[in-house]
Design a protein. Structure first.
Length: 590
């Protein structure tokens, strides 16, 4: 109770009672002494003066010289420091740990003088832990807690889809495989970071990657729950999935980027225009005088004061973004190049080519943005590829570029059609159904549904009919062979009934008109789907969790580059994985 603690005593009821009068007040759990201090100041001013005089005299006595400095020994009336196991101290330590992880702060943040001053003002009774306590105790403890919670979520998930990719930093100190899991939770498709697999000291072959991936999935006990893999198109990634024995497919965003690249490379003269435009951008970035001149031109023409951007070859849709910014600053660019003879000129024909590129790549970049949105499913892959092929075949303004895009998308579509998981997801999507299905896909889905039912419900062997009659025992080996065939081909009554029921539900589902604006996940989680299509719903939950692209994996690697800055090159692999795991999953699992 601070400096007036000696004037109050506890009663039997748990309240605090003033020793000089009959005043009683509640004992605050938060440690607030406002009621006690207010009572003394209003009703016992003489005691207040005595306490203040005593405190001042003690401060003077306990002050002693130490060379040129003066050391003030803390007064007995100052607030006591909370122990580490105090409830408020534990909460504050947890919040600081989360802040370090979520805001990508250095581990030494807790020792920064500005933060220490702030905490001393806000919570003077809290003792901030050292950087070593956070790095060696608090962050590993939070990492274990979140990983255990993730394990519980995965145990409750019925099916899981995996997305992964390889990444390395600029200095090649870290070479890791980022692994994500997609599954249903509370009626929504969610994703979680399973972790990073350190592959720096191993060969990046399909066999090694498959071994590391299998160990990761077995650690979380989800190998048997995994529906398929979403990966990039590298040969070692494809080989790894084949060795594990699960379906896999390429990231759609990568394929859209490659199709756009093929189309632009087929446009005559575009390469020269890009080179000239990039020279203008470099001129503005390197010269402050040129940048100031360009800004003045923008003000003169009353256009937004925007900086020109330069496209990056490996970034999705960056070429169109670069040219869209150029279109916004077209008047300023023309005026700038006219006043600077050393800068390459952009003619009217060049601007026409820039406009044509923006128009040509518009549907590709728009669909790429849609694929990157959270909530997109792999059921969109086959319909989207078909749409772009038809659209490019109808484009007559730039036939060479359109044909190149159509050929690339046709090639990728043929690969996607080899993955039954994508076919089944498209069939069960209320927006598409069987509009994009080839012959035999429906039969394959029914067959796969029956196989899944058979795995989940083991069928007892057909009872042995006993030895055949004596007159038919001339060829025992042949008769045993036929009997084995009968056992393998005979279906139980439950399996026959399930096959008929799933077929009836599927026919009823296909009879409903498609709804292009519907959300497939929300549709299958609705009460209507639960009551009308209970068997199909189970399979929809399995196939519609598959993501169409690796945008979330790329976001992991973007965060990794922010964590592993040039000032943190000594970060250990263990701390790097913990910080990245916590940074992503704290926001997702909060």
């Amino acid at each position: 109770m601070g400096k007036y603690s000696h004037l109050f005593k506890s009663t039997v009821t748990g309240k605090l009672k003033c020793t000089m009068c009959n005043y009683e007040c509640e004992k605050k759990k938060s440690g607030s002494t406002f009621l006690q201090v207010n009572h003394i100041e209003k009703n016992h001013p003489e005691e207040k003066k005595k306490v203040e005089a005593k405190e001042k005299s003690i401060q003077n006595i306990l002050t002693k010289p130490d060379g040129e400095k003066t050391v003030v020994v803390p007064s007995i009336f100052q607030p006591t420091i909370w122990p580490d196991n105090h409830e408020e101290a534990v909460k504050l330590t947890r919040l600081i740990t989360e802040m370090i992880c979520r805001d990508r702060l250095p581990l030494s943040f807790s020792e920064n003088p500005g933060f220490a001053k702030l905490m001393k003002y806000v919570k003077p009774r809290y003792r901030i832990k050292s950087r070593f306590s956070f790095s060696r105790v608090e962050i590993p403890k939070l990492f274990k807690e979140l990983r255990d919670n993730l394990q519980i979520e995965l145990n409750n998930a019925e099916h899981v889809a995996i997305a992964y990719d390889l990444w390395s930093d600029d200095g090649l100190k870290f070479e890791v495989i980022g692994v994500l899991a997609y599954f249903l939770k509370d009626g929504e498709v969610v994703h979680r970071v399973l972790g990073l697999i350190n592959c720096k000291n191993v060969e990046h072959s399909g066999h090694q990657i498959s071994k590391l991936m299998r160990e990761m999935l077995e650690k979380y006990n989800i190998l048997t729950k995994t529906v398929c893999f979403m990966r990039d198109g590298a040969s070692n990634a494809i080989k790894a999935c084949e060795i594990i024995g699960l379906p896999s497919f390429d990231c759609l965003n990568h394929k859209l980027h490659l199709a756009a690249k093929d189309g632009t490379e087929a446009m005559i003269g575009l390469k020269r225009v890009i080179e000239n435009y990039k020279k203008i951008v470099r001129k503005l970035k390197k010269s402050s005088v040129s940048q100031k001149e360009f800004t003045e031109i923008q003000k003169l023409y009353e256009i937004p004061e925007l900086c020109l951007i330069k496209g990056i070859d490996v970034r999705w849709g960056s070429l169109r973004s670069m040219f869209l910014r150029a279109q916004e600053c077209r008047l300023a660019i023309n005026e700038f190049v006219m006043s600077n003879p050393t800068v390459p000129k952009i003619s009217d024909s060049d601007w026409n080519l820039i406009d044509a590129v923006c128009d040509l790549l518009k549907p590709i970049t728009e669909q790429s943005d849609n694929v990157q949105k959270r909530g997109s499913t792999g059921s969109i892959i086959i319909p989207l590829c078909t749409y772009l092929i038809d659209l490019m075949n109808e484009n007559s303004e730039h036939p060479e570029a359109s044909r190149a895009i159509a050929l690339r998308m046709q090639s990728e579509l043929s690969k996607y059609k080899k993955c039954n998981v994508l076919h089944f997801a498209t069939l069960l999507d209320i927006r598409f159904k069987d509009m994009f299905s080839t012959t035999g896909v429906k039969e394959a889905f029914i067959e796969q549904a029956e196989l899944d039912f058979e795995r989940e419900t083991p069928i007892a062997d057909v009872e042995d009919c006993g030895p055949p009659p004596a007159k038919k025992q001339l060829n025992d080996g042949f008769l045993q062979y036929i009997q084995g065939k009968i056992k393998k081909s005979t279906k139980s009554e439950a399996e026959v009934n399930y096959g008929m029921a799933i077929k009836l539900e599927f026919d009823k589902f296909l009879a409903i008109p498609p709804d292009p604006s519907a959300n497939p996940i929300q549709y299958w989680m609705s009460d209507l789907a639960t009551s009308v299509f209970p068997l199909l719903q189970k399979h929809a939950k399995k196939y519609l969790i598959v993501p169409p692209g690796s945008s979330e994996v790329e976001r992991i690697f973007s965060t990794a580059s922010h964590i592993l800055t040039k000032y943190r090159k000594n970060l250990s692999a263990e701390h790097f994985e913990q910080l990245l795991f916590l940074n992503k999953n704290l926001a997702l699992m909060n």
